[in-house]
Design a protein around this ligand. Structure first.
Ligand SMILES: N[C@@H](CCC(=O)N[C@@H](CS)C(=O)NCC(=O)O)C(=O)O
Length: 351
């Protein structure tokens, strides 16, 4: 009894002393704090390269061009992070990942960040030790069918076979939708992206379901044959697609999150890759803070104050990234517009 009270007293005294030392900045800090304050960021700096997980090849999102250069919204999102952290958008290695191996690649440390049409859900955040830093595309599950079937609504899909990639939130969305509507379907689960498209185009499935963006670009990629396919009007779920990091490295989470916020703020303030050098002379306080002319925003994040300048100059603001990658596929900006243009992107203040 007495002994346990003494122990408790000592333990409490120890805690109090620790708190005092910590307040005085005298307590030895964890190893990571001696660098940027982020173990992930320190590793990236040491290797001189960001390792970014992307999909295995979706036009508009992450697909190598004829020169082998990775193109797309997700690829450019990776580049922007490389620019804010390392000052150079080219210091990035892209790792193509499937719908089923994407999370283990992040958990194991094979990649630093996952930007790969991945939907933010409770299960993924609560169960996997991972979390979402930002949404770079607000999407929803939809269906595509051959026009020749005459099907005009998802409500007509009772009894259909549906091609879907395994390990996706699409599978779950379809299950809910068919249950709610008292309909049945047979899933045809195919992991490989090229294979699932072949399966659909060759008639193995009545419908192909994935994020609406994926369907739109797949249809677009058919060129003159695009008209043979119809994306049904029902959007059956919310699919906020985002950038994911491992839990436990808050400074790295901040860095990824604020990179996206910087790209959106640049759009909001009219700062582009073309005018960013002139904008350094702007008298607008928000622009001066964004570009590192005033304040220590970069320093607060553990990087150079030119963090956002580098990303905007090299990769462009969010609208430039969208216009370069998604707009040419005929996909309207819609929900992905800034909040003051009718969309959902609302970047918190950089101050
Ligand atoms: N957003 C859903 C679906 C993800 C998904 O299936 N994406 C597809 C269509 S955009 C894809 O990345 N396909 C290319 C690939 O598998 O590499 C999820 O997070 O589960």
């Amino acid at each position: 009894m007495i002994r346990s009270t003494i122990h408790r007293t000592i333990a409490r005294a120890g805690l109090a002393a620790g708190a005092l030392l910590l307040a005085a900045g005298l307590m030895p800090r964890p190893a990571a704090a001696q660098g940027s304050g982020s173990a992930t960021m320190d590793t990236i700096r040491q290797r001189g390269q960001l390792i970014c997980g992307v999909s295995t090849g979706v036009p508009g999102f992450s697909l190598p061009d004829s020169q082998g250069v990775m193109r797309g919204l997700d690829a450019d999102s990776c580049r922007a992070v490389a620019a804010t952290v390392l000052g150079d958008q080219n210091k990035v290695k892209f790792v193509p990942l499937t719908t089923t191996n994407r999370f283990t690649a992040l958990q194991s440390g094979e990649i630093d960040v996952l930007i790969r049409s991945t939907t933010w859900t409770l299960g993924r955040e609560a169960n996997l030790g991972l979390l979402f830093a930002w949404v770079n595309y607000y999407d929803g599950t939809a269906f595509m069918v051959k026009k020749s079937t005459g099907v005009k609504s998802a409500k007509e899909l009772d009894g259909a076979t549906i091609c879907v990639q395994p390990g996706t939130s699409t599978e779950l969305a379809i299950n809910d939708y068919f249950r709610i509507n008292h309909m049945k379907f047979t899933p045809v689960l195919i992991q490989d992206y090229a294979e699932i498209q072949n399966a659909f185009f060759s008639g193995r499935c009545d419908a192909y379901s994935t994020d609406g963006s994926g369907l739109a670009v797949t249809r677009f990629a058919q060129g003159p044959k695009a008209d043979d396919y119809v994306i049904l009007p029902e959007v059956i779920s919310k699919e906020p697609l985002g950038a994911m990091v491992r839990k436990g490295d808050d400074k790295w989470f901040d860095m990824v999150r604020w990179t996206f916020i910087a790209l959106l703020t640049a759009e909001e303030e009219g700062v582009t890759s073309k005018n960013v050098d002139e904008m350094l002379k702007s008298t607008t306080p928000g622009i001066r803070r964004l570009l590192g002319v005033d304040g220590d925003m970069g320093k607060a994040l553990g990087v150079d104050n030119k963090w956002a300048y580098n990303a905007i100059k090299q990769v462009g603001n969010f609208a430039e990234i969208w216009d370069r990658n998604i707009a040419p596929m005929g996909v309207p900006r819609g929900l992905n517009n800034l909040w003051n243009k009718g969309g959902l992107q609302y970047p918190p203040p950089i101050r």
